[in-house]
Design a protein around this ligand. Structure first.
Ligand code: UT7
Length: 314
């Protein structure tokens, strides 16, 4: 079974930026509260752009950076919890836009851990010989789910997309995507909910905060163990960008002193399934991570589902 690797990344955020001061005009909040409790400075919010627009832009950039053509893609996976249309799914809509003919194409919804789930299924498909070159996308229009009168969510969630081109490794080469550590705590599924025909997001903030800061670090270490790597050898750690205090708490317990820690939540807010590929793509674009660097990705959130794996940087 041949392993797979990430060949290239791309990301897209809608141009409209909402600062904390902008939000303070709409809900009872202030810059100091948001920065100190969540770490967010600003976020991007889609106006005219649909979810498919966001996903397509990110995918297009990843494809261009990979040097591969649309004709070479035989699998498209989109992680999202904000698709409005039931049919076509987001993956088919993106494939149509990019002129990818006859790919296997499906959406995955495990909310904020979606990208790591999607990456794992693409890796598994390639290992099984069911695909050779995949586009794996995390895309969200979380703004569709926000009640703008609810300050507990309006200041947190945002829109964006990130994408990776993933392909089979040559025979005998080290896999660039490590084994996934995934799971969930379904008995706690009421802790983050997006419900209703016009879906609205709400969460038990403190309870999820405690769960993330106590449960995730040991699971993240297990993901490293599965990949046969010590956390101290990591060059990067990209956690789901939910809250700067959560990211720093997990990073502190992980024991990865040489790792660049992704803190894109500061400029992008919480973009659910898009947050990991968005943050990773930016770190690579800025040259903070380079080819071959081992990076731990770890997503967690609604479900309460979680997933993570060690990948090698493109
Ligand atoms: O991505 C999916 C997974 N989700 C997460 O990982 C989220 C985990 N949870 C968190 O990140 C944090 O719990 C939040 C950022 C959601 C909330 O921060 P917190 O420090 O847990 O605040 P809190 O909910 O305990 O609220 C503290 C106070 C309350 O006021 P009182 O009752 O103490 O008077 C809230 O009403 O802060 C108030 N508050 C606000 N004040 C100003 C809540 N939201 C705001 C706001 N601006 N936006």
């Amino acid at each position: 079974m041949t392993g797979s690797r990430i060949v290239a990344l791309g990301h897209y955020q809608p141009p409209k930026v909402l600062t904390n001061d902008d939000l303070a005009l709409v809900v009872d909040t202030d810059d100091e509260w948001i920065r100190s409790r969540v770490g967010i400075r600003q976020r991007h919010i889609a106006e005219g752009e649909t979810l498919v627009d966001l996903a397509t832009e990110a995918a297009q950039k990843a494809l261009a950076a990979s040097g591969r053509t649309a004709a070479e893609i035989d699998l498209v996976v989109v992680a999202t919890c904000t698709a409005v249309e039931r049919s076509p799914n987001t993956a088919c809509a993106v494939a149509a836009r990019l002129g990818i003919s006859s790919p296997a194409a499906y959406d995955i919804n495990t909310v904020c851990s979606g990208f790591s789930y999607a990456l794992a299924t693409a890796d598994h498909a390639i290992r099984a010989g069911a695909a050779r070159t995949a586009l794996v996308i995390g895309a969200e229009r979380m703004s569709d789910t926000i009640d703008w009168a609810d300050r507990s969510t309006a200041v947190i969630f945002a829109d964006g997309a990130g994408a990776a081109v993933v392909e089979a490794q040559p025979e005998g080469a080290e896999p660039g995507i490590g084994p996934v550590l995934w799971g969930s705590e379904p008995e706690r599924s009421d802790a983050v909910v997006i419900t209703g025909w016009k879906p609205v997001i709400s969460q038990q903030g403190q309870s999820v905060f405690r769960w993330a800061t106590t449960r995730i670090a040991p699971l993240a270490r297990q993901a490293c163990e599965k990949a046969g790597i010590e956390p101290s050898e990591l060059k990067g750690f990209v956690a789901h960008q939910a809250n700067l205090r959560i990211i720093d708490a997990i990073a502190g317990k992980l024991g990865a002193p040489d790792a660049v820690i992704a803190r894109d939540v500061v400029d992008s807010g919480n973009t659910s399934a898009a947050s990991i590929p968005l943050a990773l793509s930016k770190l690579v674009e800025r040259g903070e991570l380079t080819t071959g660097d081992p990076v731990l990705l770890f997503g967690f959130g609604g479900g309460l589902a979680y997933a993570g794996q060690v990948v090698r940087c493109p």
